[in-house]
Design a protein around this ligand. Structure first.
Ligand code: AP5
Length: 215
């Protein structure tokens, strides 16, 4: 199975680009660890109860919880799919090592969406999401057609609980300390890798990603 990892700090556009990839390649499978955790919080499951303690402080949920969640998802995927998109995983050295035991590194491509903290805050503070279909908007750059309701399903848009400025700043610090270091490991291996400045236009970024997927 081929795997495309969307890597980058909070607000770099991983979810936005994943949705564009899915529009273009509807037969690929998309796993967002953040979406799965938020769905569990909404359903008040044991995983959700555990995860919210970490998410609402901007901390990573423990590796063993996330790794077993990913393993369960991956083992149920049919090998015939185009490719699997991973958004928000791996996010620590331990998670990268775990993934490399499940998927051979030659089947993996990594896209790194690079962006600074000031742009991250601006992106996230104005982000709104649809609680029903998970479509992502920005009140300035990527507006819904009518005021704060989803274009797809007309549901009222919400702001994520962890999108408050102080939590975002913490998420960015956690990203620098625990997630960014795995990029060096990825670069040292023979894994196909593309770095994209994430402050470009959404469609321009997608065109770069699409070329990378095809080659
Ligand atoms: P998660 O949901 O994965 O959040 P994240 O990685 O912090 O990323 P975001 O969803 O905030 O941003 P994004 O990069 O998807 O950007 P988006 O496309 O929305 O994780 C949340 C929490 O869950 C973590 O903090 C952690 O606690 C836990 N967790 C998740 N995975 C875990 C793991 N593996 N291990 C441990 N814990 C884990 O875009 C942002 C905004 O910008 C939007 O408004 C969008 O419209 C706009 N935008 C996007 N692109 C552009 C552009 N090019 N120009 C202008 N605006 C743009």
């Amino acid at each position: 199975m081929k795997v495309l990892i969307l890597f980058g700090p909070p607000g770099s556009g991983k979810g936005t680009q994943a949705n564009k990839i899915l529009e273009k390649y509807p037969s690929c499978i998309y796993i967002s660890t953040g979406d799965i955790l938020r769905e569990n919080i909404k359903q008040n499951t044991n995983l959700g109860k555990l995860a919210q303690n970490y998410i609402f402080q901007g901390l990573l949920v423990p590796d063993e919880v996330i790794n077993s969640m990913i393993e369960n998802k991956i083992k149920n995927i049919n090998d015939n799919i185009d490719f699997l998109i991973l958004d928000g995983y791996p996010r620590s050295t331990n998670q990268l090592e775990f993934l490399l035991n499940l998927i051979p590194y030659k089947s993996i491509k990594v896209i790194y969406l690079k962006i600074d903290l000031k742009d991250v805050i601006n992106r996230i503070v104005y982000r709104r999401v649809c609680p029903k279909c998970n479509k992502i908007y920005h009140l300035i750059y990527n507006k819904p057609q009518s005021n704060e309701t989803c274009d797809n399903c007309n549901t009222k848009l919400i702001q994520r609980e962890d999108d408050k400025e102080e939590i975002v700043t913490n998420r960015y610090k956690v990203y620098l300390n625990q997630t960014l270091p795995i990029l060096n490991k990825i670069k040292q291996m023979d894994i196909k890798f593309l770095e994209i400045p994430a402050d470009k236009d959404i469609n321009e970024i997608f065109n770069n990603i699409n070329e990378f997927i095809k080659n």
